[in-house]
Design a protein around this ligand. Structure first.
Ligand code: ZN
Length: 468
């Protein structure tokens, strides 16, 4: 069989989740030099998806390319149990430094400019570069995007979300204020909370999906399935932008990820003039706004986070919108369930592109309440259920209660005595975080989907694990 056909079959079987077949095609491509890297990646990723970590390590241990070394490292961690501790952190850090070192750089280099944040951006073809103190990251922007017609305050705001935790200079006043655009947008992850946010926002909202450019364990297929559905049925316009900016924080001893939570919208902020955007929404539910770590109530409307960033986004002509700040993760599940989108959505990042893995924490608290199968005794689910304070606390308690699994966490019996039925209802003070002209339509949609929590609000008394 010709290599080209073999490669097509390998990709096709892999994408369909037929990992053993994908591997047998890949095995035959390993001896062909220019096919080798892709074939190795398919072999190791297929083992990863099957959770066959031992096979992954024995097969890939002598492969010397970056991606293989990375995957073998991750699988070794999995085999040694829950990875933690300084040795692990150091190895992980070394690996990410290698990934950083192999990233592309612009043809024309620029110096980091701490005084003028907007001067740290450049464009070469469709690629926009951002110079940060330790290197460069990029976005591959849509056709006809022009950095030169992008307002400087948008560039400053983008830079601030990327280096905020480490560069105080990014907090300087913007050189000028951008007038508000007209269209709403949402930093869209295709998960449940984000999808609920899309459902309560106007139909013309632009959904912006951030795609990692480098190899990692994030599987984009579940997200792609939902986005394909939205596009094919003309439900919403989705723009996908590929970037490597999640590597920035690895220079600060942190694992790969967003520098700061609002950095998930960096691509959309850059696109604000291109799409005439006047509002930027985040699918942050009550669990991360009015609740701290999902476990303790706080008056979010006066928090320094909310007031500071509302003001900064406003200077860039963008209303900062939290359309699901009146909704919990449980309420978001109810909204998604009532929409026609639920069948196309799966929050599990280790699934096969259609189903969840049934073994992870998301499969427990997102897929379980949707009536999808999961194994309560899976190691990751047990590990989280037995952690104190329990992660995603109130939501996880509600999930246990609504699925009749209270006996799985006997020590939490006192917390499970109260009826958590209110958890899937809307919290009206959350509407007050929405500025006009956006509030009226979002509030109306939320009220259509969910009943309101009864007063006095049980939410105000949430304070689990306060003595721990
Ligand atoms: Zn899963």
């Amino acid at each position: 069989m010709r290599a080209l056909i073999r490669r097509v079959l390998m990709r096709r079987t892999y994408n369909a989740g037929h990992y053993a077949r994908a591997r047998s095609h890949a095995d035959r491509l390993l001896s062909i030099p220019h096919e080798r890297l892709l074939a190795r990646s398919v072999v190791l990723r297929s083992y990863w998806n099957e959770e066959a970590f031992q096979a992954l390590v024995s097969t890939g241990k002598d492969w010397d390319d970056e991606a293989s070394i990375h995957l073998v490292g991750l699988a070794t961690e999995r085999l040694s149990g829950v990875a933690s501790g300084p040795m692990h952190d150091q190895r992980r850090q070394e690996r990410w430094m290698n990934v950083c070192a192999s990233q592309p750089v612009p043809a024309v280099s620029i110096e980091w400019n701490a005084e003028r944040m907007e001067a740290n951006f450049s464009q070469e073809g469709q690629r926009v570069w951002f110079r940060y103190p330790q290197g460069y990251v990029f976005w591959d922007m849509p056709e006809r995007y022009e950095l030169s017609s992008t307002h400087p305050s948008l560039l400053c705001l983008t830079a601030e979300t990327l280096v905020f935790p480490w560069e105080p200079s990014a907090q300087s006043p913007f050189p000028s204020t951008r007038p508000y655009g007209h269209r709403g947008s949402l930093a869209f992850s295709a998960g449940v909370d984000s999808t609920a946010a899309a459902l309560v926002m106007p139909d013309n909202t632009l959904l912006g999906y951030h795609r990692r450019s480098f190899d990692s364990m994030i599987d984009h297929r579940n997200a792609e399935r939902l986005m394909l559905h939205l596009a094919e049925h003309q439900e919403r316009e989705v723009v996908q932008v590929t970037s490597n900016h999640e590597l920035i924080r690895t220079h600060h001893g942190k694992p790969v990820g967003f520098s700061f939570d609002l950095a998930c919208a960096a691509h959309l902020i850059l696109l604000a003039d291109h799409h005439d955007l006047g509002a930027m929404a985040f699918g942050t539910p009550i669990d991360n706004t009015f609740l701290a770590r999902g476990a303790k109530f706080r008056p979010f409307e006066v928090s320094p986070y909310f007031t500071y960033w509302t003001d900064r986004f406003a200077q860039a002509g963008l209303a900062l919108l939290l359309p699901v700040a009146s909704i919990t993760e449980g309420g978001a599940l109810q909204i998604v369930k009532q929409s026609g989108w639920a069948d196309h959505l799966n929050s599990c990042m280790r699934g096969d592109g259609v189903n969840g893995c049934g073994q992870c924490w998301k499969c427990f608290h997102k897929n379980g309440p949707l009536g999808r199968p999961f194994d309560i005794n899976a190691p990751e689910i047990q590990q989280f259920l037995n952690k104190r304070p329990m992660p995603t606390a109130t939501h996880a308690l509600w999930a246990l209660q609504s699925m009749g699994l209270e006996d799985k966490v006997p020590d939490l019996a006192p917390l499970l005595e109260q009826d958590l039925g209110w958890w899937t209802q809307a919290y009206p003070p959350g509407f007050d975080l929405l500025p006009e002209p956006w509030r009226a339509s979002i509030e109306a949609r939320v009220r259509d989907f969910l009943p309101l929590m009864p007063e006095p609000y049980a939410l105000h008394n949430i304070d689990h694990f306060s003595d721990e």
